[in-house]
Design a binder for this molecule. Structure first.
Ligand SMILES: Cc1cc2nc3c(=O)[nH]c(=O)nc-3n(C[C@H](O)[C@H](O)[C@H](O)COP(=O)(O)O)c2cc1C
Length: 169
């Protein structure tokens, strides 16, 4: 079976090394647009975004995670937030933001860019909000590091279906 969507799903890898090429603003907006077309409960669209390309701000954010080298190397970052004022159901709203982030990663792949979902930085979410000048009602869900891939050598593994399908009834 082949389709552009399946191809993007299977080809997408977490990309942690980038060329020095900046990522055009149009492409960053395209990635966010793809995120906003994710499904959400009641179509409440609880996601919010901050685009960061300013080198000084990236440098400050790099100090908030063990993966600072990735944050520094990426020419663009998108911080993805859950707007707590928009929440109608904790679990479902977090699921919706997860779907949004995956859409963004697939869009990145489709646009020939590379990205990685950074979650470890959530341990310093208050500091990240302070650096970005955001109030506490915005709950950081992830930072995506985005750039033009330096190479395509990334490998990954998945468990076989037999290990994850509990039953076929
Ligand atoms: C919730 C979440 C948090 C993650 N946090 C990090 C992170 O902080 N640093 C990092 O390098 N990769 C992070 N990743 C990327 C995973 O390591 C990666 O998706 C996994 O190893 C599978 O590799 P693949 O994306 O290339 O298929 C995260 C992924 C998810 C979904």
């Amino acid at each position: 079976m082949s389709s552009p969507v399946l191809e993007a799903i299977h080809k997408r890898r977490s990309i942690r090394e980038y060329t020095d090429h900046p990522v055009e603003n149009d492409l960053l907006h395209e990635i966010i647009r793809a995120g906003t077309w994710a499904p959400s409960g009641l179509n409440n669209q609880p996601w919010r975004f901050v685009i960061i390309t300013d080198p000084q701000t990236r440098h400050r954010l790099a100090g908030q995670t063990h993966y600072g080298h990735i944050v520094k190397a990426a020419p663009a970052l998108i911080a993805v937030y859950l707007d707590q004022a928009a929440i109608y159901n904790e679990v479902k709203d977090h699921q919706a933001v997860g779907a949004c982030i995956e859409n963004m990663l697939l869009a990145t792949e489709a646009l020939g860019l590379g990205a990685v979902w950074l979650g470890q930085i959530l341990q310093n979410k208050n500091e990240v909000n302070a650096i970005l000048g955001l109030a506490g009602e915005y709950d950081l869900m992830a930072v995506l590091a985005i750039g033009h891939p330096a190479h395509h050598d990334q490998q990954s593994q998945r468990k076989p279906l037999a290990d994850v399908i509990l039953k076929e009834i």
